[in-house]
Design a protein. Structure first.
Length: 602
């Protein structure tokens, strides 16, 4: 009976093994499916963010033209304004220069068209248009209308308009830019969304403005799902989910995002079938593999059952082998002991290597895990509250704020890593010119004023008429000063001050500008004055208290060096630290070798 029971046990084991493998395959496939859907959701969120920015830029470009006429009307009395011919030329120039406007025209206080970029005036009165009525009541800045059919062209479009006000503050009319949806398509074209993906720009009232792939017959149609999207967005202004299109019936993974400050929505949708196409092929392949695997297990089981029946024949041979093994047991014991010692040494070496790796990754991994854990934890708390039916809006809003701040922290780290990578690879681009660094510093101080006030620290930039001109990219030098100033604010106790000072001098035959940022913090150990500009390095006096990744000063050094400048730190005799940034005043053709920090201090 014993051999029979053993064969039964083997059969049971084969069945369990087959089921376990099938379960593993199903789990892997399901995990891969969830991963593909999550990746598609991330893609739609990223694309929607990019398209929101591009749409905002397009609107700003149109508004720039309108603001020209607002300035003319508000600063010049009618008798001093350009005549109709000059204004007509200006309208035509703005229309020709704009990539998105069909025409620009001016309405008087009665809604009558008095000037138009095409020169052909309409006899129609526009006083009944919603955008005209809005500006009559008050000056609410740039107004973006709903979709409507043009009275002159008969085509769908929308208008951007601004109120015209005389120098004495009286209503003087409206300047209007007619936007053709077809011209806005270029903002969305070129984005790869797959054969059945969809991009669209919508008005909050549901009218379709732009659709990619382009469909002229769809422009101006009312999309009933828009109101549901707005409700799902809430105060966050963005929502990611799945829906079935009312236009073509395709199920898509989508992100709807509100263009901030406007009544417009950006919609990015990827076909769920396209997203899962690779997964579907994998599922079919894995299914075939699973069937083959079950057949192999069945065949092997049958072969093993046959071999078990022959086992009794081998028992005698195994008994003899056991006797021989006993003879060698003592020798084998010595070999095992020696091998054990080798394994112990290998284990210690592996632990040392692992410790070195852990120390190398510790700086950045902590900064990545901390916001990621916060995002996951508060997202789970929000889900639990909602699932339990106990989800007060203030609490959920607090969770979302924590998730948003953690995401911003993670994004800052990734931006720092990308900036550092570009700088070290020499791929960072610069818009160089001669700029006043004190003006740049004043803008930075304005941005950080709220942070300084919150910490009870004075942030001071000296006033004066003298200009400190340097050959630089203002955006990148602003990034350097912003980093140094925010560091000073972090390390200065309440009641202290952070100062930005400027001077010009000659070093090694070249004229330079030196910007100095001083704080009243704990200072920097003398041995670390150079090391703090290395990647992932922070001062031992501040790294535990102020947080950070240790990338900021490294990025600052790379930017300054690529400006042919120098950056260095020193401790102040009265306490605190001072960081100096030296920049050339002239372009590279006339600038000699950059001065050394010692020269600048001398």
């Amino acid at each position: 009976m014993f051999p029979k029971r053993r064969r039964q046990l083997l059969l049971l084991l084969a069945v369990v093994l087959a089921l376990a493998m099938l379960g593993s395959i199903v789990a892997v496939l399901w995990s891969k499916r969830a991963s593909d859907i999550e990746a598609a959701e991330v893609t739609t969120r990223n694309l929607s963010l990019v398209l929101e920015g591009q749409t905002s830029y397009s609107l700003i470009a149109i508004d720039g033209a309108l603001s020209t006429y607002v300035t003319l009307w508000s600063q010049l009395v009618p008798s001093r304004r350009p005549d109709a011919d000059a204004l007509g030329r200006l309208l035509r120039e703005h229309t020709a220069a704009g990539s998105y406007t069909r025409s620009i025209y001016i309405l008087d206080t009665q809604g009558r068209m008095v000037l138009r970029s095409s020169g052909q005036l309409s006899d129609e009165y526009f006083a009944d248009r919603e955008y005209f009525r809005t500006h009559v009541v008050a000056d609410n800045g740039l107004h973006i209308s709903e979709m409507m059919k043009g009275r002159i062209t008969g085509r769908w479009g929308m208008v951007l308009s601004r109120r015209l006000t005389d120098p004495d503050g009286r209503f003087a009319g409206v300047v209007v830019a007619a936007v053709e949806p077809g011209k806005l398509e270029q903002v969305f074209s070129g984005v790869d969304i797959g054969p059945r993906g969809r991009l669209s720009l919508r008005h909050v009232d549901g009218h379709l403005i732009v659709r990619i792939p382009a469909d002229k017959n769809a422009i101006g149609k009312m999309l009933p799902m828009t109101s549901q999207m707005l409700a799902r967005m809430g105060d966050a202004g963005v929502f990611t989910g799945e829906l079935k299109s009312s236009l073509d019936g395709v199920e898509r993974i989508y992100t709807a995002r509100r263009v901030r400050g406007t009544p417009l929505l950006v919609f990015v949708g990827l076909s769920k079938e396209d997203v899962l196409a690779t997964w579907t092929r994998s599922a079919v392949a894995f299914g075939g593999f699973a069937v083959a695997l079950v057949l192999v297990i069945a065949w092997l089981t049958s072969r093993l059952r046959i071999e078990l029946q022959r086992r009794e024949v081998l028992v005698a041979s195994l008994t003899e082998s056991e006797r021989q093994l006993r003879d060698h047991r003592d020798h084998l014991q010595e070999m095992v002991t020696a091998r054990t010692l080798e394994l112990v040494h290998a284990k210690e070496a592996a632990e040392q290597a692992n410790l070195a790796k852990s120390e190398f990754l510790a700086n950045v991994s902590h900064e990545l895990r901390t916001p990621m854990h916060a995002i996951l934890s508060f997202a789970q708390l929000g889900q639990d509250r909602i699932a339990g039916g106990n989800a007060p809006l203030p609490k959920v809003s607090q969770y979302l704020e924590r998730i948003d701040s953690s995401g911003e922290r993670l994004l800052r780290l990734l931006n720092d890593l990308l900036d550092l990578s570009k700088l070290e690879a020499g791929m960072m681009t610069y818009d160089m010119g001669r700029h006043d660094v004190r003006s740049i510093a004043s803008d930075v101080a304005g941005e950080l004023a709220e942070m300084a006030a919150a910490r009870g620290v004075s942030l001071r930039v000296p006033d004066g008429q003298e200009r400190f001109l340097a050959w630089c990219d203002p955006a990148r030098i602003g990034q350097v000063l912003r980093n140094l100033t925010s560091n000073g604010l972090k390390f200065t106790p309440a009641g202290g001050a952070v100062d930005l000072r400027f001077q010009t001098r000659t070093a090694d035959g070249a004229d330079v500008v030196i910007v100095t940022v001083t704080d009243e913090g704990a200072g920097i150990p003398e041995a670390e004055l150079e090391a703090i500009f290395d990647k992932f390095v922070q001062s031992s006096k501040t790294k535990s208290g102020a947080g950070g990744t240790g990338l900021g000063l490294s990025i600052c050094r790379e930017i300054v060096v690529q400006h042919r400048g120098r950056i260095w730190a020193e401790n102040r005799p009265t306490g605190g630290a001072a960081v100096h940034v030296m920049l050339p005043m002239d372009p590279p053709e006339s600038v000699g070798p950059p001065a050394t920090p010692a020269d600048a201090q001398g």
